[in-house]
Design a protein around this ligand. Structure first.
Ligand code: PGA
Length: 255
C-alpha cells in the first residue's frame, strides 16, 4: 500500500507576507479536511525554508527544498548543500526538475549526484523525470523517462531508489494548463513501475510515483484513480490554498 502524497512546488514565487498567509490558510483548511491518509509537503524557495520549517513544526505538513547542490561542501559560491537543507529541518528535496534541467543545464549525471547527496544526509529526494513535446511527438517518451531514471539507479542502486520517490512531469504539461490525461500519465507510470519492479520487486512496488504538470482541483481526482499514480507534484495550483487543499482531499479519498 503506497501512501499518497501531494507536494506543492512554489518555485520562485511569494514573499514573506504571501507565504505566511498561504500557510495560515492551508493549515486552517487542513484542520477541517484532515487528510490523514495523505502526506502533504511544500517546497518554498531556499530563502524562506527556515521560516517555513519553523511555521510548520508540529503540523502535518512537511517542508522540502526545490534543489540542492551536487557537491557536499566547498568553494561553490551561491550553492546550497543537501546537508544544509537537512540541518535546518527539511525532510525532502526535489532533484532534476525540468526547469533545472533545461534552464540551468543539469544533465542526468548531475541529477544522480544530487539524489545521492540527499540520501547521504537523510533527505528524501523526489526525482523528476519527463519528456519534452518534441520527444513525445517522436515517440521517445518511455526511452527518455527510463534513461533519466536509470542514471539514478546506476548511481544509488535500488536501495537508494527506495529511499526516495519519482515524479513524472511531462515538460509540455508544466505550467501550460495542459495536463496529461489520466491514461497518458498511467502509461508512463506503469512503464516506470515495470522498470523498477524488474530490478527489485519489493522496492519497485513500494516506490511512490507522483504525477506533475498542470494538476488542479478539476483533474486531480481522475489522475489519482489511476493504479500507479500515487500523488501529485503541484506548481501553480499550490500557490492558492483552496486548489491545493482540494487536491489533497482527492488524494486522501483515493486510498
Ligand atoms: P504546474 O507545475 O503544476 O504549474 O504545471 C508543476 C511542476 O513544475 O512541478
Amino acid at each position: 500500500m503506497r501512501k499518497p502524497l501531494v507536494a506543492g512546488n512554489w518555485k520562485m514565487n511569494g514573499d514573506r507576507a504571501s507565504i505566511t498567509s498561504l500557510l495560515d490558510e492551508m493549515l486552517e483548511a487542513l484542520e477541517t479536511a484532515k487528510c490523514d491518509h495523505c502526506e502533504v509537503l511544500v517546497f518554498p524557495t531556499h530563502v524562506y525554508l527556515s521560516e517555513v520549517v519553523t511555521r510548520l513544526a508540529g503540523t502535518v505538513v512537511a517542508t522540502g527544498a526545490q534543489d540542492v547542490d551536487s557537491r557536499a561542501v566547498g568553494a561553490y559560491t551561491g550553492a546550497v548543500s543537501a546537508g544544509m537543507v537537512r540541518d535546518i529541518g527539511c525532510t525532502h528535496a526535489l532533484v532534476g526538475h525540468s526547469e533545472r534541467r533545461t534552464l540551468f543545464g543539469e544533465d542526468d549525471d548531475t541529477v544522480a549526484e544530487k539524489y545521492a547527496q540527499c540520501l547521504d544526509v537523510g533527505l528524501m529526494p523526489i526525482l523528476c523525470v519527463g519528456e519534452t513535446l518534441a520527444e513525445r511527438e517522436a515517440d521517445h517518451t518511455l526511452d527518455v523517462v527510463t534513461r533519466q531514471l536509470r542514471a539514478v539507479v546506476e548511481r544509488v542502486g535500488m536501495d537508494g531508489i527506495g529511499g526516495g520517490m519519482v515524479a513524472y512531469e511531462p515538460v509540455w504539461a508544466i505550467g501550460t494548463g495542459l495536463s496529461a490525461t489520466p491514461e497518458q500519465a498511467e502509461e508512463v507510470h506503469s512503464a516506470l513501475r515495470d522498470s523498477l519492479v524488474s530490478l527489485d520487486p519489493a522496492i519497485g512496488e513500494a516506490t511512490r510515483l507522483l504525477y506533475g504538470g498542470s494538476v488542479n482541483g478539476d483533474n486531480a481526482q481522475a489522475l489519482f484513480a489511476m493504479e500507479n499514480v500515487d500523488g501529485a507534484l503541484v506548481g501553480g495550483a499550490s500557490l492558492k490554498s483552496k486548489s491545493f487543499i482540494d487536491i489533497c482531499r482527492f488524494a486522501d479519498a483515493s486510498v
